[in-house]
Ligand binder design. Sequence first.
Ligand code: FAD
Length: 551
Amino acid sequence: FERTTFNPLMNTEFCVVMQARPLRAMLPLRRQARSPQSDTKKERVVILGSGWGGYTLSRRLSKKNYAPLIISPRSYFVFTPLLTNTASGSLDFSNIVEPVRDPRAKVDFIQAAARAVNLKKKTLLCEATVVKSGVTESPRTAEKERRTEEGPETTNMKPMQAQRQWEQGETFEVPYDKLVIAVGAVSQTFGTPGVRENAMFFKDIGDAKRVKRRVRECFELAVLPLTTPEMRKWLLNFAIVGAGPTGIELAASLRDFIYSDMMALYPSLDELPKITLYDVAPNVLSMFDESLSRYAMETMKREGIDIKTSHHVKSLRWGPPGAPPPYHIDPKRCLTLTTEENGEMGVGMCVWATGNAMPKFITESLDLVEEFPTDSVYSIGSSSKEPENSGNASWKFKKAPKKGPLLVDGHLHVQLQNEKGQTAVLQDVFALGDNAMPENGAPPATAQATYQESKWLADRLNKGDMAHTPPFSFRNLGTMAYIGDERALMQIPHKGDRGSNSFLPEGIKGRTASLIWKMAYISMSISWRNKLRVAFRWILNRFFGRDVSRF
Ligand code: FAD
């Protein structure tokens, strides 16, 4: 790694300043005056992440008082509720993304991943990720990194190591006045053998592309003349692990895609394709009322989705059931998924959607903080929050709990704890979204909650009186899920949450709910361009079918 320094007063195109080169050679700066970064009176708010938290906050912060800078490995925002629609060809990938760079938004951007925070100097260590493939951290990239770190850099370097060498970006430091951490979460694998290496995950556009491509690939492999009937059956068995909203919506969207569009292309494979949904819990969609969750199970079973609740996945490997080791990656064949209950089962693809784990940045970067500048800690106290000793440099504070999200107070300030149970509240460091856990009650890890948190934080920062405002509280506006064949579920908050006079029912299901689901997501799409594109694509699909192309 070459350590370099980022100068926030410079245009971002010239932000990576090699220390060995003379400074004057680095001053390109015609465009500097137009950049919001050049106004030193404004506070520099560095926002980590361009997802629901980071993107929303950056757009809502007042540009009069603040100069927001997004640092993210991803140069776009993804409207995740419609990600399953892109994997099933109902929408184009571009219909659900918004570019982070937009001159009208007056937000600066650096395509990089934050690696460490120096709370005393108020700087971040970042790694440029512009040319890195697979931009977000997934369990698979973590595995890739681990394997690369293990291997010595010799001339006999394996192809993966050689590839990682050019993928590794320069590191540089970025100063901040205020820091907002919204790096989201990665997929949880529970250490299940083979899952990191062989499963697909479903968090980003790249994941949706991979899923769509693999489904098409399995159909083409299945019709090859050499493919045996047994292998054909396995290749066309698509497994999804995790029956939460993501797993359910993906199963439902793939079911529509396969039964309505793919079967028209492959009539000889009639009756063979199968979607199997696994979960350890006895029910699907546990956040919905029991009657709605039961309706979802019954409807999806009727649609032909095999729902295997109370099933424990033990391992996932390449090769057909019964094949002897070694098990090498072989996309030309199927995988074997083993459950405690049913033993080995051949599958063409396994998508793993079992919940959230914290990315490395959250679990490690605030792991051990020994010194605080007094002005960035406004209270250090016992668990009763009595101030004890502000800015004590000898205590060692850690993020708590070790593997979980960042603990934040009601105003979304990050809290650290030491062994004595004392708490440090960082005045200038905030966290929100999937990587944060408010101490006064964690909202669900959803776009709805993250959006509310970032809107709340932007309003409070814009008003400038954090101390005197009531803490953030989550307002449940309801939950929706698409369950296939133009049917959906809609859970409206319980009467206690919406006032006893509410005339609304507690749940809507079926085609009416599907219509509301569509209207809601069209209206919630960020730009007018995407609102219109989504609406038109859904109408066009009715006449011309979904997009079945494979790139
Ligand atoms: P994210 O939106 O995941 O954004 C994290 C950002 O941080 C990304 O831009 C990432 O590139 C960046 N990042 C990662 N590491 C670093 C680093 N080291 N440095 C800098 N940046 C970094 N919620 C709902 O309410 N309704 C739904 O219908 C719904 N559907 C969903 C469907 C799918 C398929 C998925 C995956 C999620 C869905 N969710 C839904 C959940 C919702 O998307 C998340 O709760 C929400 O995205 C959390 O926002 P976030 O900002 O915390 O994280």
